[in-house]
Design a protein around this ligand. Structure first.
Ligand SMILES: Cc1cc2nc3c(=O)[nH]c(=O)nc-3n(C[C@H](O)[C@H](O)[C@H](O)COP(=O)(O)OP(=O)(O)OC[C@H]3O[C@@H](n4cnc5c(N)ncnc54)[C@H](O)[C@@H]3O)c2cc1C
Length: 416
């Protein structure tokens, strides 16, 4: 059955944005609403289907011709060079379709790896690992979380890398390494110093690039997620896995800092992505309520429905403004750790509520695969764990607030 008829995407220029970013948002919305959303049924087919691949290639070519390829990359690396805020605002629109990211060349986890390599990579690493991913010849994964240690406390990770001559020898077990089945290389978080070693508490880890055809890189299984088997979240054993020392990313002990770099900006992108998905769920909810007749009246005239619409409006607007506020603080160069944690908690929870209401209003159609709502629901729930669970971020917010109090200051909510 066809994906249910979908809503329109209305985008107006935002006065506080430059003409360039406003035009990018309008051009992006045109492609998403006219070329991607109407093709979602064809795109929702097996990844290796010839028809799907040729459609993706055609759409990618169109995106490149429209100068909208790779919003996260600087111009010298073949991207749009629109900076952090421009990318965040574009993400709100890309998120209307789950297929936009690959079509616009900004697909996690490779996009995050690319940004980290641009900042920390050597010339050799850029040539060998970064550039082929930009040309679309290679893809990659990020391998940090371990089954036997809490991912919410990255200092506890136990996968080791030990120097032997001019090589690193890696041993350990990771899981939930997304995209590992398709990746040509993995960025692996390794312990390079014991807890009682000389370096500071955040200097025990180093990220190392491991080509996936290295002997000792063993994919044990694809971990089933939400009942879906055969996906790309893999459990991996690293068994005496040897790579040259020159595959070390940045200086020894910088693994933690590089991960924080990746996750800070990444959380804003994820949240703008959630906002865009919420906007689409909201639009679908409104459309369905305006078209569906129940018990002798339109759904839109029932007060339960009106409550769901009003609550969702507030959830979306609050999420959007919080995320933009956080992005502006990051962009100004100020410390945004509290705001990043706040959006990381609030926005996926708000998305969970909004999509839940949209599903309820759609009835059985809402849980079917005929709308994007079921996928959005699972993704919202997952985001409350991935990239750091809610509890860890709440602890961080409270710590920062109390520290400020003990320094004799109230919290300044208007700060930029
Ligand atoms: C779909 C998906 C994709 C992922 N992709 C990747 C990937 O590509 N690469 C990668 O490296 N990782 C990936 N992850 C892993 C993710 O980053 C971790 O799951 C996350 O960091 C949490 O770690 P954990 O699962 O080990 O949970 P744990 O650290 O064991 O925490 C379990 C629970 O304990 C609670 N908790 C934790 N700390 C506290 C506290 N201080 N106080 C109170 N309660 C607490 C929280 O409720 C938490 O959910 C992915 C995860 C998912 C679900």
């Amino acid at each position: 059955m066809a994906i249910a008829s979908l809503a329109t995407l209305t985008v107006s220029p935002i006065p506080s944005l430059s003409d360039e970013i406003n035009q990018i948002r309008l051009d992006t919305a045109k492609i998403v609403s006219e070329h991607i959303i109407p093709n979602e049924e064809k795109l929702n087919t097996p990844i290796d289907s010839a028809e799907r691949q040729s459609l993706i290639f055609e759409l990618q070519t169109y995106v490149k011709e429209s100068n909208l390829w790779a919003p996260h990359l600087p111009v010298e690396y073949g991207g749009m060079g629109i900076g952090f805020l421009g990318h965040a605002y574009m993400n709100e629109i890309l998120a209307w379709s789950p297929y936009s990211n690959s079509i616009f060349g900004v697909q996690a986890p490779t996009s995050g790896n690319q940004s980290v390599l641009i900042k920390y990579g050597s010339e050799y690493q850029k040539k060998t690992f970064l550039e082929p991913t930009i040309r679309g010849e290679q893809s990659s994964c990020f391998s940090m979380t371990e089954p036997d240690n809490p991912g919410s406390d990255p200092r506890s990770l136990q996968t080791t890398a030990v120097k032997d001559g001019d090589e690193w020898v890696i041993n350990g077990r990771k899981w939930f390494t997304s995209n590992a089945v398709r990746a040509s290389w993995a960025l692996v978080m390794c312990r390079t110093e014991e807890d009682d070693g000389e370096g500071g508490v955040n200097e025990k880890m180093t990220q190392i690039i491991v080509p996936t055809d290295t002997p000792g890189f063993i994919i044990e299984r694809s971990v089933p997620v939400w009942g879906h088997t055969g996906g790309s979240h893999c459990e991996i054993t690293y068994k005496d896995c040897r790579v040259p020392l020159k595959n070390q990313l940045g200086r020894e002990g910088s693994g933690h800092a590089a991960a924080q770099d990746r996750l800070g900006a990444g959380r804003v992108y994820h949240c703008m992505n959630c906002v865009g998905q919420m906007e689409r769920a909201f639009d679908l909810m409104v459309k369905r309520a305006a078209e569906r007749k129940v018990h002798g009246g339109m759904l839109e005239d029932k007060q339960f429905t009106q409550g769901a619409v009003a609550d969702s409006y507030m959830d979306i607007q609050a999420s959007r403004l919080m995320t933009i506020h956080c992005a502006e603080i990051i962009d100004s160069g100020a410390d945004a750790r509290t705001e990043i944690s706040a959006i990381k908690i609030f926005v996926p929870n708000a998305m969970h509520r909004v999509v839940d209401r949209a599903i309820q209003i759609h009835g059985a159609l809402g849980v079917s695969g005929d709308t994007p709502l079921a996928g959005m629901y699972l993704s919202a729930r997952t985001l409350r764990i991935a990239d750091g669970p809610d509890e860890v971020h709440k602890i961080l917010i409270a710590k920062n607030v109390f520290k400020r109090h003990h320094d004799g200051m109230s919290w300044d909510f208007g700060t930029l």
